[in-house]
Unconditional design. Structure first.
Length: 83
């Protein structure tokens, strides 16, 4: 696995984690105001499903990452905790 591939996997994991968090906040706010049948809420739900699939795929790739790159992955994930 090349360094470029490793960085791309980490970046995908981090970006989809951030996007899922933002989606969760929007979804929760909209759910309090709208029906689950609302078209905008349904689109947000669809986006959430797609983001989750992308996040899961990145997480699976992280598990298969060489040990030498695991420290970088862990560092990037810890940075998410500070956000």
């Amino acid at each position: 696995m090349t360094q470029q591939t490793v960085l791309a996997i980490i970046q995908k994991y981090v970006s989809t984690t951030k996007a899922l968090r933002a989606n969760t906040a929007m979804f929760t706010a909209m759910l309090a105001e709208r029906s689950v049948q609302d078209e905008a809420l349904q689109r947000l739900w669809q986006e959430r499903d797609e983001l989750y699939d992308q996040w899961y795929n990145a997480a699976v790739c992280l598990r298969g990452m060489p040990e030498g790159n695991a420290a970088l992955a862990i560092y990037e994930m810890e940075q998410l905790q500070d956000m």
